[in-house]
Design a protein around this ligand. Structure first.
Ligand code: EPZ
Length: 429
């Protein structure tokens, strides 16, 4: 991952409009789903992100031919000849585990390195394995690898202990080619699940209930390749909306599905933002001090955990105290220490963070520890006094396409400098 860093000048009100790219967290399962068909699928509006590059690498390792045609990725899975993802690839991106379901359904066996944890949590796979075993799959874990195979893939009744997004996606992609019916109870309800259901049904699958907590799948014999446009990235959209509020700006965020942002919109309005909805855009204006709000992250349609760091940066400047509870990941407060370096007053006790708002944040040398923590610090730097140097921007590259271009277009003053650049010395003056 690149060691580049951003130098960001703060106190710049953002004005204008920005277009949201396709959703990273939908593109990844959609790419995995193309493995199910012996043909060439076309996925449109797939963002050019590091995580997508890594998923393309995984598909190529499995024998698929993938090429980018502007905003589309063309995946020929007819030459699939592998069924294993080694730890090098898995360590690059844990979402590689989404090939589990499709490879099993297509070839009858799969072997993947157990994805390591990441900065925000241990990221277990017990629900993925529980679901597969309900479909008649045999699973063995040894030497850090998960091996799975079956004599017969049969439909089953699956009850998830937690509404896991990845486990729901993996089981959907396995069950579409199973014999008979599968019902998934306590399924994840994220918009990305609905997007995956829509692609799979275009490929000939018979799935109902995506977006609710009960998904019904009637197994079919074969799937065929299809074309599909990925939904817009609701977390990127939410990040831009918070940027507008933190810089007391006036920003129109284009290419959104407002229903996907209900939790974020409600909380921003509670914080005092003026938000107007259009068909596929939202306009965010902020005048005056941000109001404190309490947040509790929940599975969709609750407030999204992927927006918690960005909201913490915003609430660090609110006129009062906010209480944040992170119920999804056990270690998603790595951004707190870095925000403190910028003058934030935050205390963490287990899953709860108490954020006492300060008048303004101060520019400082800070470091991105993971994708959304990096996004939070990027936003804090835009709002802070003077300049901020943000290190390890490779984390941000994983989830935000053309970030500098988009923010320069809104009036931000920032530049990306190489790690050994002497340019940094000028910041101190
Ligand atoms: C997806 O991760 C997203 N990633 C994450 O976005 C997002 O934060 C998360 O869903 C929750 O919304 C992608 O879609 C690629 P989970 P996923 O399985 O599927 C526990 C970002 O910033 N769990 O829904 O890995 C788990 O420990 C990333 O874009 C089990 O206990 O999330 C966690 O506490 C970060 N057993 C909770 O469920 C399992 O088998 C939610 O995890 C699986 C998960």
């Amino acid at each position: 991952m690149t060691m580049d860093r951003y130098v960001i000048t703060g106190k710049q009100s953002l004005e204008g409009s920005v277009r949201v790219s396709g959703a990273k967290n939908s593109s990844l399962p959609l790419l995995a789903a193309t493995l199910l068909a012996d043909g060439t699928s076309v996925l449109m509006d797939i963002p050019d992100l590091l995580d997508i590059t890594h998923m393309v690498e995984v598909l190529a390792t499995l024998g698929c031919r993938v090429q980018r045609d502007e905003e589309a990725l063309v995946v020929d899975a007819s030459t699939l000849n592998g069924a294993e993802v080694d730890e090098t690839l898995m360590r690059k991106m844990r979402a590689s585990n989404l090939i589990l379901g499709p490879i099993l359904a297509r070839t009858g066996r799969v072997r993947i390195a157990r994805p390591g944890g990441c900065a925000i949590g241990s990221r277990p796979m017990d629900q993925h394995i529980k679901g597969l075993m309900e479909l008649g799959v045999k699973v063995k874990e040894r030497h850090g690898y998960i091996e799975a195979w079956y004599d017969r893939l049969q439909g089953g009744d699956i009850y998830f202990d937690v509404p896991s997004v990845g486990a729901t996606e993996n089981i959907m992609m396995a069950a579409v080619l199973a014999d008979g019916y599968t019902v998934i109870h306590n399924a994840a309800r994220e918009p990305e699940i609905v997007d995956l259901q829509n692609l799979l049904n275009k490929m000939g699958a018979k799935i109902r209930g995506g977006g609710t907590d009960v998904i019904r799948i009637e197994g079919v014999r074969k799937l065929t390749a299809a074309e599909h446009r990925v939904i817009p990235d609701r977390i990127e959209a939410g990040t831009h909306m918070v940027a507008a509020v933190m810089t007391e700006g006036d920003v129109r965020v284009d290419n959104v599905i407002p229903e996907h942002l209900e939790g974020v919109i409600a909380k921003l309005r509670q914080a005092g933002a003026e938000i107007t909805l259009e068909d596929d855009a939202v306009r965010v204006r902020q005048r005056g001090r941000i109001k404190p709000v309490d947040l509790k992250t929940m599975a969709y349609p609750g407030f999204p955990t992927d927006m918690q760091p960005q909201f913490m940066a915003m609430l660090a400047m609110a006129g009062g105290t906010s209480v944040i509870t992170e119920t999804i990941f056990e270690n998603r407060y790595q951004h707190v220490d870095e925000l403190r370096r910028m003058g934030a007053n935050i205390t963490v006790d287990g899953r709860t963070a108490v954020v006492r708002g300060v008048e303004t944040l101060e520019g400082a040398f800070v470091e991105a520890t993971d994708l959304r923590a990096g996004a939070a610090l990027f936003l804090a730097a835009l709002a802070a006094e003077e300049a901020t140097v943000l290190e390890q921007v490779g984390h941000i590259d994983r989830g935000y396409e053309n970030l500098e271009e988009k923010y320069r277009g809104l009036g931000a003053r920032l530049r990306r400098v190489l790690p050994n650049s002497s340019e940094l010395a000028r910041i101190d003056t």
